[in-house]
Ligand binder design. Structure first.
Ligand code: C2E
Ligand code: CA
Ligand code: CA
Length: 860
């Protein structure tokens, strides 16, 4: 049965329904506000817009006063998006919902990003579908999305593309290039300094350098190229195929890159010159997709060094070889698979073998003998060089001890120290421990370091080298002339020897510029007042040039290759030396070179000089003369002026540069007088003599020339000796200064220790007396002085004369135990123990403890 509907009940039901609907409307509005969403309906033929409360909040329209018309609503859509929104609504099909993102312009001018979901709703009984839309504020999600995309796609330090974005762009470029039949180029750039700065100066400095380089990189890119930062000092550039990306364009960009990199970059207070290495790979000629393109550019970049290289199949193979070598190296180290060879070093004044460089040798099961030039850098990169280098040092020490015990002539063994080893904090202690452990004499060992030590932790390197130098290990600078050669910094390190790099040791017959380089480096090295050793000497011509320019030591194939230990040992036993004829020596014949294109002249000169005791060498033109000079040790040259090819003066100019110590004379029938006077003035020739000659006078001039040469030789020898002696002296002084400083430090340390001990004793709450080994009282502390009020100062007195008998007994026992005694007529405990210093007896300490009244009974 239905309840009767009264007006009241109807009204109250209506009111309840109204409350429910109001509550629902309110809930909907709160919901919209919380979700930052809103809805829009278009109603009626006049296209009136109805905005929900949420929608009004989104566009900041006042309550109830929403844009009254479609046009007004559209005005809230960002102008740039408006066309798109309208087009989407025009395309909309009844009953099919759609989505689009656009911006909303709010009343306060701020912009929101919204997701609009729209529908042309089909309403029962109405002819036209009704547009409805829901707006969702997605501003924050979009911003987060943007941030994530930025992080994925751009490097946080440099802002350049990441590997992800680079590969994405490369994939796009490859696809386009395939369609359009065009090449794509990828450049891989490595700048090793970034890592070094990272290591030496910290992450911030490394990042700052990377950011500077990135800016320069961008300057070298065209608008459509992609520059990426792959971490640390590794960058890549993808050349845009539309702007042209063939090999010549790649080379062009690479060249520009290297040039821009070469400008100094500020790192903190310092300026650094960076050097890059670029590897280039091409699609489709050597890579089949984007990933391979990058991998091949990376492989082409190789490791270390500078310059530009294109990818080749061989480089790809070598990358694979490298990985296999890494594994094999580790295994070889575990199985003790290395060996040392010794390359003799020769003194160019005596010809004797004075040392050897220890060089690693490795025969790998898979690849056979592998050169240290290949495996040492790998060992360095994987950190194996540290234990391997210590193995080398230990083996060299053991070998040195063995040769010393066998009574062989003393030689110094030089061991290469890699920069990586020198970075180890305790490297000096570790090498010293090996010396102690093996019993090797530091004076028979040396270490070789390269200039790269100057680049890293300079102070640490200096300390390490100074400590090694102080105990007698010789320090050599390896590969001199190939590095940065900061002479100031070199001077601050304790180098004894400069090893001139092989690439700078030219032959006398080389181009004059090359020869002057060798001479300049020798002069520079001598200027630094160090012993000079030339590396990689292979020919007599090189040797002549070195000797003529005062080089003292050499190492190279002309004397010997690196040898297995047993072979080198035999060489020492045999007393092998550099053949006499290769050396400048006193007692060798005075050698004269005669140059003339006329055989008759040469013959009569020979005849005239017969019996004068000269070793005579002849040449018929300048080239031949240079060859003779390279083969033999010429003291004096007499040359004709007018010869086919090079004139006499020209020849002498060359000779004066190559062999400055020779004495040079022109013997000429006619005068290119100006040229000859000039040559006289600038020292290229010493004398000008005329043809036909007077026999007697010519003999006189030649004898003079030899005297002059011998005087110069003697001077040079003395200079060498003085230089050597000075060096020894400086070294001895340095050693002595160091020992003194150490002693002084030790003394002051002991003094401080003694004062501290005295202080401590003085303030102890026990009475203490110190009696020295001679029985004299040396020390009485505060408590003891208080106990013996009235007694005169005891310090300096003979203990036996002034101390009570029971005290003396305790002193004699000196057993550290307590004995009963009396002080001031009252009982006390006496105890005495010895004072010693490193096992040496220094006297006794006596402690006196009065027994308080309360305890006396217990004691009794
Ligand atoms: P390096 O220290 O400059 O050693 C000299 C190199 O020149 C050696 O090459 C030696 O065999 C070679 N050589 C000597 N005389 C001549 C010559 O007259 N002509 C030519 N063409 N070459 C000559 P090697 O033994 O192949 O060593 C190459 C490099 O490997 C060394 O250069 C050194 O940097 C490194 N290395 C070798 N052993 C060790 C080691 O025990 N520790 C470290 N850290 N590096 C090592
Ligand atoms: Ca070396
Ligand atoms: Ca070297």
């Amino acid at each position: 049965m239905h309840p009767t509907l009264t007006t009241e009940s109807l009204l109250s039901e209506l009111a309840a329904a109204h409350r429910v609907s109001a509550r629902h409307a309110h809930m909907l509005a709160s919901n919209e506000l919380l979700c930052r969403s809103g809805s829009i309906e278009v109603i009626g033929a006049r296209a009136e817009i109805r905005l929900s409360a949420g929608a009004r909040a989104l566009i900041q329209a006042g309550a109830g006063e929403g844009p009254g018309a479609l046009r007004a609503a559209l005005r809230a859509v960002h102008a740039d998006d408006r066309g798109r929104v309208i087009a989407q609504w025009r395309r909309a099909q009844p009953g099919k919902p759609f989505e689009l993102r656009h911006r909303l312009l709010r009343a306060d001018g701020s912009v929101l990003r919204v997701l609009q979901r729209g529908l042309m709703e089909i309403v029962d009984g109405e002819a036209c579908p009704k547009p409805v839309a829901i707006l969702q504020d997605i501003t924050e999600q979009s911003a987060a999305q943007d941030r994530i995309e930025r992080l994925v796609n751009y490097h946080p330090v440099t802002g350049l593309a990441t590997r992800t974005l680079l590969l994405e762009r490369a994939a796009g470029a490859v696809e386009r290039a395939q369609r359009e039949n065009r090449p794509v180029a990828m450049l891989f750039l490595r700048v090793a300094e970034v890592d070094r700065v990272h290591d030496a100066l910290g992450l911030n400095a490394g990042d700052a350098l990377a950011a500077t380089l990135a800016e320069r990189l961008l300057d070298d890119c065209r608008g459509e190229d992609t520059a990426a930062h792959l971490g640390s000092g590794e960058f890549a550039i993808l050349l845009d195929p539309c702007a042209g990306a063939d090999e010549s364009q790649a080379l062009n960009t690479a060249t520009k890159l290297l040039a821009t990199l070469a400008a100094p970059a500020a790192v903190g207070q310092a300026e650094l010159i960076t050097e890059g290495q670029v590897g280039i790979a091409m699609f489709p000629s050597d890579s089949s997709d984007a990933a391979e393109l990058l991998a091949h550019a990376h492989a082409a970049c190789g490791r270390g060094g500078a310059g530009i290289s294109f990818f080749t199949r061989e480089a790809g193979v070598s990358a694979a070889r490298r990985i296999r070598l890494e594994t094999a190296l580790r295994r070889a180290f575990e199985r003790n698979g290395f060996e040392l060879h010794y390359q003799p070093q020769v003194d160019l004044r005596s010809g004797a073998v004075i040392g050897a460089e220890a060089l690693l040798r490795w025969r790998c099961d898979e690849f056979g003998a592998v050169s240290p030039a290949e495996f040492v850098p790998i060992a360095e990169e994987i950190g194996l060089i540290v234990p391997l280098g210590e193995w080398v040092f230990r083996s060299a020490c053991l070998q040195s001890v063995a040769w010393q015990r066998a009574g062989l002539p003393s030689v110094r063994i030089g061991v290469n120290l890699s920069p990586r080893q020198l970075e180890e904090a305790d490297i000096s202690q570790r090498l010293q421990a090996i010396l102690l452990d093996t019993g090797a004499d530091p004076n028979r060992l040396g270490v070789e370091v390269t200039e790269s030590v100057l680049m890293r932790d300079f102070d640490h390197a200096r300390r390490t080298l100074q400590e090694l130098s102080a105990i007698g290990v010789e320090i050599a600078l390896d590969d001199f002339g190939t590095g940065y050669s900061n002479l100031g910094a070199l001077g601050a390190l304790p180098f004894d020897v400069l090893k001139i790099d092989r690439s700078l040791v030219h032959d006398v017959t080389a181009a004059p510029e090359d020869v002057s380089i060798t001479r300049a480096v020798l002069m520079l090295a001598q200027g630094l007042k160090l012993k000079v050793l030339a590396e990689g000497v292979e020919t007599e011509g090189q040797l002549n040039l070195l000797i003529a320019n005062g080089c003292e030591l050499m190492q190279g194939y002309i004397f010997s290759k690196p040898l297995p230990a047993a072979v080198f040992e035999q060489m020492l036993r045999d007393g092998a030396r550099l053949p006499e004829q290769l050396l400048h020596r006193a007692g060798r014949p005075r050698t004269l070179l005669l140059v003339d294109d006329e055989d008759g002249v040469l013959a009569s000169l020979r005849r005239m000089l017969r019996g004068a005791g000269y070793h005579i060498v002849t040449a018929r033109h300048a080239e031949e003369a240079l060859a003779r000079l390279a083969e033999s040790d010429i003291d004096v040259i007499v040359s004709d002026q007018g010869m086919p090819g090079m004139s006499g003066v020209e020849l002498m100019h060359r000779v004066s540069a190559l062999y400055p110590d020779t004495v040079r004379m022109i013997l000429s029938g006619y005068g290119e007088l100006q040229a000859i006077t000039d040559a006289l003035n600038d020292g290229a020739i010493h004398k000008f003599l005329t043809k036909p000659w007077d026999d007697e006078r010519l003999r006189e001039h030649i004898a003079d020339a030899f005297r002059r040469k011998e005087l110069a030789d003697e001077n040079r020898r003395l200079t060498h000796e003085v230089r050597g002696a000075n060096r020894e002296l400086a070294r001895a002084n340095q050693h002595q200064a160091l020992m003194l400083a150490q002693q002084r430090e030790q003394l002051s340390l002991e003094e401080v220790r003694a004062l501290n001990a005295q202080d401590l004793l003085e303030h102890l709450p026990t009475a203490i007396l110190g009696v020295d080994a001679q029985g004299t009282i040396a020390f009485v502390n505060r408590q003891a002085r208080a106990l013996m009020r009235g007694a005169p100062s005891l310090v300096g007195c003979d203990a036996a004369a002034v101390l009570p008998a029971d005290w003396l007994r305790a002193l004699r026992r000196a057993d550290g135990r307590h004995h009963r005694g009396l002080v001031d007529g009252r009982p006390c405990l006496l105890s005495c123990g010895p004072m010693s210093d490193r096992g040496k007896q220094r006297g006794h300490l006596l402690s006196v403890i009065p027994v308080p009244d309360a305890c006396q009974e217990v004691l009794a």
